[in-house]
Design a protein. Structure first.
Length: 83
């Protein structure tokens, strides 16, 4: 979770992981299902800035959460009582 902002803000930059060198991909679409990324990140202002970089952010959420409000598209399951 700590590197998600790095990935969005610095596409193509090198980083080391598990003894190997990798490059961050150029992310244009984020599909988030389950959990709140803002709840787990250390630097919320930096993540908020990074969240604006992709062209589209799709959030799959059961409720209208603050993170869902920051997305372009929200997929939600609506249950109509009695249906």
């Amino acid at each position: 979770m700590a590197r998600i902002a790095d990935m969005m803000l610095q596409p193509g930059e090198r980083f080391c992981y598990n003894g190997a060198e990798h490059r961050y991909p150029d992310i244009r679409l984020v599909y988030w299902a389950g959990g709140n990324p803002f709840h787990h990140h250390q630097d919320l202002n930096r993540l908020r800035l990074a969240w604006r970089k992709p062209e589209t952010v799709v959030f799959h959420e059961q409720f209208w959460t603050p993170a869902a409000k920051m997305s372009d598209i929200v997929l939600a399951r609506y249950h109509r009582p009695g249906a």
